[in-house]
Design a protein around this ligand. Structure first.
Ligand code: PMP
Length: 396
């Protein structure tokens, strides 16, 4: 079937939960995707920061194929080897002592919310359950994570929301400190807001947030679902800010496209999640954790973080060049290969034109173009994308 035929069939059977661009991807390799008509696209979205090693990275494919032939699923027995290995790698490269595995970013945040409430209640009393998050944040689409999210467009139609979430402006430590009550148990933040439009806070902000947490016995939860796993040139984005959280959530890029989520915590917190407290049938399943081990080893062994930093600087420089040329570009910001370009006009048309010209771009918050290419992107691909973007901007 060709793309038009697939789209017609999809329109008939699939729920319309996303505004979808008319692209039917059937194959991916490295930084490129192909649609059902054989047209090639340069992918600067990477499944929204999922395909950090590019599409179908050979080490991820090999790990999935090997594991699929040996054992695909098993739950309720003693931890499986691939899950243990992935937990060990994550703990050895972070502040955390233990990992809980689930299947998505929203689920990882659900686990963090539940752990923060349970631990804090046990330690400080029944009323300790409030969680402060940021306006414009995004934490997922389940009810608890919709309640945690600081965007009305995500929440409307679904009230009553979960009780006990407060939202304050991002990058404003004073507002955050004022929102703390005797019932607050945790502060949950993205190190860089992704869906909020690639918003990078000041380093001083996170130092203040850590101080507020320490002075009030609050837990600091970092949602690294979008910015973790090398996206910013460090394994975890919070490393740029010199601040350590108590709990961290990961998902998206962790298993190279296989559905995974994880919530990592220090031992004293993790101890609060005993048998029977939380779980998930597929969480940490052999297939996805085998892929996760392959992703982590590839990032750590193949110099991906240095490459990301280098390519991030190159892409940023090229985008700064476009900013000098086109006054509708009002800001270019980001760290590593997590970059946003703010315009004085809506960015949707640029994405549409990019699609026609074989380059996949993305909008976060209407006027911000978000660039989250595979971390393996080279100068050649950056130049190809910039040439197309330059052409589109020149026509506007
Ligand atoms: N947290 C952040 C920061 C995200 O960007 C996202 C997804 N865009 C999520 C959580 C939710 O992840 P998932 O879609 O895997 O549930």
């Amino acid at each position: 079937m060709n793309s038009a035929q697939w789209i017609a069939k999809g329109d008939k059977y699939i729920m319309r939960t996303y505004g979808r661009y008319p692209l039917v991807p059937v194959k991916g390799e490295g930084c490129y995707l192909w649609d059902a008509d054989g047209k090639r696209y340069l992918d600067f979205l990477a499944g929204v920061a999922v395909n950090n090693l590019g599409h179908c990275h050979p080490r991820v494919v090999a790990a999935l194929q090997k594991q699929a032939a040996e054992l695909i699923h098993c739950s309720n027995y003693y931890h499986i080897p691939t899950q243990i290995e992935l937990a060990e790698i994550l703990c050895n490269h972070s502040f955390a002592d233990r990992a809980f595995f689930c299947n998505s970013g929203a689920e990882a945040n659900e686990a963090a919310i539940k752990l923060a409430r349970k631990y804090s209640r046990e330690k400080y009393g029944q009323d300790r359950y409030e969680i402060i998050t940021a306006l414009a944040s995004f934490h997922g689409r389940t009810m608890a994570t919709v309640s945690a999210t600081g965007q009305e467009k995500v929440q409307k139609f679904f009230d009553p929301l979960l009780h006990g979430f407060l939202h304050v402006p991002f990058n404003d430590a004073d507002a955050l400190e004022k929102a703390v009550t005797p019932n607050t148990c945790a502060i949950m933040l993205e190190p860089i807001q992704g869906e909020g439009g690639v918003v990078v806070p000041d380093a001083e902000y996170f130092r203040q947030v850590r101080r507020i947490c320490d002075e009030n016995n609050l837990l600091l939860i970092f949602d690294e679902v979008q910015v973790g796993i090398g996206r910013t040139g460090k394994l975890f984005a919070h490393e740029h800010f010199g601040v350590t959280p108590d709990i961290m959530t990961l998902a998206k890029a962790l298993a190279g496209g296989a559905p995974i989520g994880t919530m990592l915590a220090r031992e004293d917190l993790a101890a609060s999640f005993g048998p029977g407290t939380h779980g998930s049938t597929f969480g940490g399943n052999p297939l996805v954790t085998a892929a996760g081990v392959a992703v982590m080893r590839t990032i750590l062994e193949e110099g991906i973080l240095n490459h990301t930093e280098e390519m991030g600087e190159y892409l940023m420089g090229e985008l700064e060049g476009l900013k000098k040329k086109f006054p509708i570009i009002t800001d270019v910001r980001g760290i590593g290969l997590m970059i946003g370009m703010e315009l004085s006009v809506p960015a949707g048309d640029i994405v549409k034109k990019g699609l026609e010209r074989g380059v996949l771009l993305n909008v976060a918050q209407d006027r911000v173009l978000r660039f989250v290419p595979p971390l393996i992107v080279g100068k050649k691909e950056v130049d190809e994308m910039i040439a197309v973007l330059d052409g589109i901007l020149a026509e506007m």
